[in-house]
Design a protein around this ligand. Structure first.
Ligand SMILES: [Zn+2]
Length: 337
């Protein structure tokens, strides 16, 4: 089969399109003939080696959709030919966190890698039936962004009528957060660096759009928009460049969700602002395994809308990474195979 493999960390030149053996499903495992893979920021961090050394070649990619191609011994829930989506969180399934449904708190939790390939093998519990009315590309676009966003909105106790500030609104996670927050009845203030994307963000439900230029203080704009009150929830995936502005943009008693650090993770900030304003700092990373099967049907009913910016054939995965790193996106980048 064809797959993208990375043998050592680096820039996009380390992504090699190779011929390798088709994997065999073991006990309790299912082999999926992938038709589409969703590209996530995580894939870039895997490629750069941010998650550690490379003892073996890595096939990146966590989100994917395709058809069941073969089943291993003991598999009861799936049969060959069924259309499926990969639910990419792996955990022990038996510890208190798993039993509670808080899978990312499992000490064995990790995110699946291996969808930049024609075939992959996953535990049968990591598959979700693909609802009708969706293309493979659309189904592959959902996974990590929607699971992550839905999980932190639940943990932040997001309520109808509350307000939410959304950094990085045009990315996959941003548009997932926007749609799920609107579904919950929140007022969303979206942040983008590009004036040209402002109207599209409104089409997907943004109530207000703030155009951010590096060096500006966004909290000034937030405070004038909210008559000095601030917003109930701030979702920050930007990190070093935005964190202090995020903290200054929160209403008293609000929640600061930190869900990434694309501009760096080392910061300093005034703890006084945190405790005097009774702000909750909430770290977000993936979500419960129960979320994807619950929300997938909302896409076939049109309640949620997959937003795809661009599709690339698998062999051009490096070009997809180049676009995500250097040219910006409005929605998801997809690989097809
Ligand atoms: Zn566990």
């Amino acid at each position: 089969m064809k797959a993208i493999r990375i043998h050592e960390p680096g820039d996009i030149s380390v992504m090699h399109y190779e011929d390798i053996d088709i994997p065999q499903p073991g006990v309790g495992q299912v082999r999926v003939r992938l038709r589409a893979a969703g590209v996530n920021h995580r894939d870039i961090w895997v490629r750069r080696g941010n998650f550690g050394a490379f003892p073996d070649p890595v096939i990146p990619g966590s989100d994917g959709a395709g058809e069941v191609d073969a089943i291993g011994a003991g598999v009861t829930r799936w049969s060959v030919g069924q259309k499926v989506v990969i639910n990419p969180g792996l955990s022990c399934g038996a510890c208190p966190a798993c039993l509670k449904g808080d899978h990312p708190a499992c000490r064995q939790f990790r995110i699946f890698d291996g969808t930049y390939a024609e075939y992959t093998v996953v535990p049968e519990e990591n598959l979700v039936a693909m609802p009708g009315g969706l293309t493979f590309a659309e189904a592959a676009s959902v996974g990590i962004p929607y699971v992550t966003a839905e999980d932190f909105l639940i943990r932040a106790n997001a309520l109808p009528g509350q307000s939410l500030l959304l950094w990085g609104a045009t990315g996959g996670l941003g548009l997932a957060t926007l749609q799920l927050a609107k579904l919950r009845g929140l007022r969303v203030v979206a942040v983008t660096r590009s004036q040209s994307r402002s109207e599209k963000l409104r089409q997907y439900g943004a109530d207000e759009v703030l155009i951010y230029t590096s060096g500006d203080d966004l909290s000034d704009a937030v405070m004038s928009l909210t008559h000095g009150r601030g917003l109930d929830i701030v979702v920050d995936s930007v990190g070093r460049e935005s964190f202090v502005q995020s903290l200054s943009s929160i209403a008293r008693g609000g929640v600061l969700v930190t869900v990434g650090s694309t501009t760096g993770g080392q910061i300093s900030f005034d703890l006084g602002r945190l405790f005097r304003h009774r702000v909750t700092l909430l770290g977000a990373f993936m979500g419960s395994a129960s979320i994807l099967p619950r929300i997938m049907p909302l896409f076939s009913r049109g309640v949620l809308v997959p937003v795809i910016d661009n599709s690339f054939p698998l062999e051009q995965a490096d070009q997809a990474h180049d676009q995500m790193e250097n040219h910006g996106v409005f929605g998801k980048l997809i690989l097809t195979m």
